[in-house]
Design a protein around this ligand. Structure first.
Ligand code: SF4
Length: 198
C-alpha cells in the first residue's frame, strides 16, 4: 500500500476532534472529506467543509464551488476529477458553528496532524491555490491579512496563487477590489489550463 493510500485510510477514520464537535450546537461526528489521489497537478488548499459539504461528503458542494470553478476556469467534471485536482483543506471536517451562526475556524490540530504528511506524499503538484487566510499563513508563512496577501499574488505566481474565500460573504470584497477579477483571474485561468493540459 502506498504512503498516500495509507494516509487516506487513516484520515477517513480520524476521530481526533470527536469531543470538540460533540460540544458544538450541531453535536456532529467527525466526517473527514477526503478528496485527493496521486497524479493531481492542481492542489486546492482550502479552509474547512461547511455543513452542506459535511452532509454531501463532497468538497465545495455549494455556491462557493460554483464561484471557485469560475475563478479557475474549469467545469464541474474537471474540478471533481481527483486524478487532476486534489482538494486538501486546513481541516477535513466541518468545525461547527459559533454563537453568531458562522463556521468555526478549522481546528489547528488537523493541519498539525495531517497536512505535512499528505502534502509530502502527494507527488507532481505543479500549481497550488491558497484559499483564505489559514491556508495562506500555513503555506506562505505570511502574517498579513487576506487582502494584502492576495494583492501580492505576483510574488508567488506561477506556482502558488493566494485567493480570498469564494463565499458569498466576500461579494463586497470582490466589488472593492476590482483588480482581482481584472488582473489576477486571467493569469490564474491561463496557468490552470496550462497545468491541467500538461
Ligand atoms: S478535523 Fe481533522 S483532526 Fe479533526 S477529526 Fe476531522 S480529520 Fe481528524
Amino acid at each position: 500500500m502506498s504512503d498516500l493510500t495509507h494516509l487516506k485510510n487513516e484520515l477517513a477514520g480520524c476521530m481526533i476532534c470527536a469531543d470538540r464537535f460533540a460540544a458544538t450546537a450541531t453535536a456532529h461526528r467527525p466526517n473527514p472529506v477526503v478528496w485527493f489521489q496521486q497524479g493531481a497537478r492542481l492542489l486546492i488548499a482550502s479552509q474547512a467543509p461547511g455543513m452542506k459539504v459535511h452532509k454531501a461528503n463532497t468538497p465545495f458542494w455549494d455556491a462557493s464551488g460554483k464561484r471557485l470553478r469560475d475563478w479557475l476556469g474549469v467545469d464541474e467534471a474537471t474540478f471533481y476529477d481527483r486524478s487532476r485536482v486534489a482538494i486538501v483543506p486546513m481541516a477535513f471536517c466541518f468545525p461547527g458553528y459559533n454563537a453568531a451562526g458562522s463556521d468555526l475556524p478549522p481546528p489547528k490540530v488537523c493541519a498539525a496532524t495531517w497536512r505535512q504528511p499528505i502534502l509530502g506524499a502527494l507527488e507532481g503538484v505543479e500549481l497550488t491555490v491558497l484559499i483564505g487566510g489559514y491556508a495562506q499563513k500555513w503555506h506562505l508563512g505570511t502574517k498579513t491579512g487576506v487582502t494584502e496577501t492576495v494583492a501580492g499574488w505576483r510574488d508567488h505566481a506561477p506556482k502558488l496563487f493566494p485567493l480570498p474565500h469564494p463565499s458569498w460573504r466576500n461579494t463586497a470584497w470582490l466589488k472593492r477590489n476590482p483588480w482581482f477579477e481584472a488582473e489576477l483571474l486571467p493569469v490564474l485561468r491561463a496557468r490552470v489550463k496550462e497545468v491541467l493540459d500538461g
